[in-house]
Design a protein. Structure first.
Length: 274
């Protein structure tokens, strides 16, 4: 007789079922990882989620095989496997035996991902109730919310922090845009400070006009010494620049790391005109 798993790997589920009906001892020789994996990916194909290729067999035949094997003692050995077989009792047993609710199997896949793919609202709720990480994503960057076609499950996962791949991509674009704007602002702030050090009022005005947050640029301070543009005007005894900055509304109370305001710095240096 041909090895049962050779038939299994060819995804001829109806032939596997026929063989084990003749000899139920073969159930214990079945590759449960392969069965669970196929149950998951067949369902993703039916849901039209992801790009995993066309299955060789038929989903109804696979489900018949799983149901027969379950009725005759087959259980999932990991939480994702037990979820693929929709075995609540086995999942609970595995958890009580020390398995993690976010245990991975067949391609960085957790039970919650499998439950969502199977469109099983009760299993999804079970995982959420037991602290599963809703925002966990697999090797293909899919979260549970990406894999289901159930509006009820999508709503449930979204209520617990789930975000679709499209939403996460948009978040990333917005993050990159914000980082770019911050980098631009940083360069403007530095050009403003360099102009202040030189007493170049024209370049300071240009920097303030370019800044998307001119108040922050005006009050920018170096982290290394806490100096603002006003401190440099005070150090240089540059009354014109000092008065220009004050007229723009710079915070005259800001202190450097030595605890001195710009006016206090000027006084300490004997610049009494400031």
């Amino acid at each position: 007789m041909k090895d049962i798993n050779d038939i299994l790997y060819s995804e001829k589920w109806e032939l596997v079922l026929a063989e084990i009906k003749n000899d139920r001892n073969l159930i214990h020789k079945l590759d449960k990882v392969d069965i669970a994996t196929n149950r998951y990916y067949y369902q993703l194909n039916k849901n039209q989620k992801g790009e995993y290729g066309q299955p060789l067999g038929k989903l109804p035949d696979l489900i018949k095989l799983i149901d027969f094997c379950k009725a005759n003692g087959m259980v999932g050995e990991t939480i994702p496997q037990a979820t693929a077989f929709q075995q609540f009792d086995q999942i609970e047993h595995l958890l009580s035996s020390g398995h993690n609710i976010d245990e991975e199997d067949f391609g960085e896949t957790t039970g919650l991902l499998v439950a969502a793919a199977l469109n099983d609202i009760n299993l999804v709720q079970f995982f959420i109730n037991n602290g599963a990480f809703v925002s966990y994503f697999n090797q293909d960057n899919y979260e549970a919310i990406d894999l289901t076609i159930s509006d009820e499950i999508i709503e449930l996962l979204a209520a617990h922090g789930g975000r679709t791949k499209e939403q996460r991509q948009q978040d990333y674009y917005e993050y990159c845009d914000a980082r770019e704007k911050l980098n631009i602002l940083r360069e403007i702030n530095l050009s403003f400070m360099k102009a202040a050090e030189k007493g170049d009022i024209i370049k300071m005005e240009e920097a303030l006009k370019k800044s998307s947050m001119d108040f922050m640029t005006l009050n920018f301070a170096y982290s290394i010494n806490g100096w603002t543009a006003l401190h440099y005007a005070a150090k240089n005894n540059d009354k014109k620049t000092f008065d220009f900055l004050v007229s723009k509304g710079i915070d005259t109370t800001k202190k450097n790391i030595d605890g001195l305001t710009a006016k206090e710095l000027a006084k300490s240096l004997g610049h009494n005109e400031i």
